[in-house]
Design a binder for this molecule. Structure first.
Ligand SMILES: [Fe+2]
Length: 305
């Protein structure tokens, strides 16, 4: 696996683990490279709200019936504007079961490699068979093969939240379902597959992502952590730096621990976040975590995943 220098600063470790992918994406679509450099600046993101603006009237009456009954879209958008995070979009238990039916009957791919295919309950057997330590188990065909996930990514209430927050017709960018395993793998190996240091993501000029836990998540099973309000309040050095990762010390010194939100909850808990907020995933230490992520932006890029 990785040969990262353990003494290297976290932001450099993160970049070293990612630069090849960034290079490929820049070659595949120059617009992505432009976005990657420009969208780190708050004033550019603010300007893009006007550039990509579409009247909401033209986006009303989205087809279909929402499976999310009791959510208040306007309240959620207010939280997103203020905190960059809203926790409490709960999936109906029927949908959680349907996704589990898919997981129970499909193979995942260890560390995103198609050559390491196994049913999730046989992870330990697969690790011995392939002589590997798996940090994640990915389901790259989930949209194609799981109707419940397809239904959710087109859910009218999710699309309405995305529309109102982005001020534009949301463009679906990605949907991912994956296990994060409780392992003793070194942090340097984890960095290849997981975002374990505070960072913000430059996915698009305006972007929103929905997460759903499909296992119970507590402090020992890899909670997501968000720095509330950090999408509106970034130091100039956070924006000017090429590196979007920051140390815990830097984050706590500037934002204080009061603004760190650890998202824990039962299977089915959903939350929505602006990825321009600083955030990270704590590595699971005792229990594996299964999570679904659906991402919307304002334009798509011709890049791989
Ligand atoms: Fe991230």
């Amino acid at each position: 696996m990785s040969n990262l220098n353990p003494n290297m600063p976290n932001y450099l470790k993160r970049f070293e683990a990612k630069w090849k992918r960034y290079y490929e994406w820049a070659r595949e679509d120059y617009r992505w490279l432009l976005m990657f450099f420009l969208s780190r600046f708050k004033f550019i993101r603010n300007l893009s709200a006007y550039f990509f603006y579409q009247p909401h009237e033209s986006l009303k009456n989205l087809p279909g019936i929402s499976c999310l009954d009791s959510i208040e879209e306007d309240k959620i958008v207010d939280f997103l504007n203020k905190d960059g995070l809203y926790v409490g979009i709960n999936l109906p238990s029927k949908l959680v079961k349907q996704i589990y039916n898919y997981v129970d009957t499909s193979n995942c791919y260890g560390n995103k490699e198609f050559k390491f295919s196994f049913p999730y309950m046989e992870k330990e057997i697969a690790e011995k068979k392939y002589d590997q330590t798996f940090i994640i188990g990915d389901y790259p065909h989930v949209v194609r093969d799981c109707p419940a996930v397809r239904q959710l990514q087109k859910d009218p209430k999710l699309l309405e939240i995305a529309t109102k927050y982005l001020n534009a017709k949301p463009v679906h960018l990605s949907t991912k379902l994956w296990w994060s395993y409780a392992t003793e793998a070194p942090m340097s190996d984890r960095l290849n597959f997981a975002q374990v240091f505070f960072h913000y993501d430059l996915i698009d000029y305006r972007c929103v992502q929905f997460f759903f836990y499909l296992t119970d998540v507590e402090l020992s099973s890899g909670p997501h952590v968000c720095v509330l309000g950090s999408h509106q309040n970034k130091k100039l050095t956070h924006q000017l730096s090429f590196f979007t990762g920051r140390s815990d010390r830097d984050i706590i010194d500037y934002y204080s621990t009061d603004n760190l939100k650890f998202v824990c909850g039962k299977a089915g808990l959903g939350f929505v976040e602006d990825p321009y907020c600083f955030h990270k995933g704590i590595p699971p230490s005792q229990k594996n975590r299964l999570m679904l992520k659906i991402v919307f932006g304002v334009q798509s890029y011709q890049i791989g995943s």
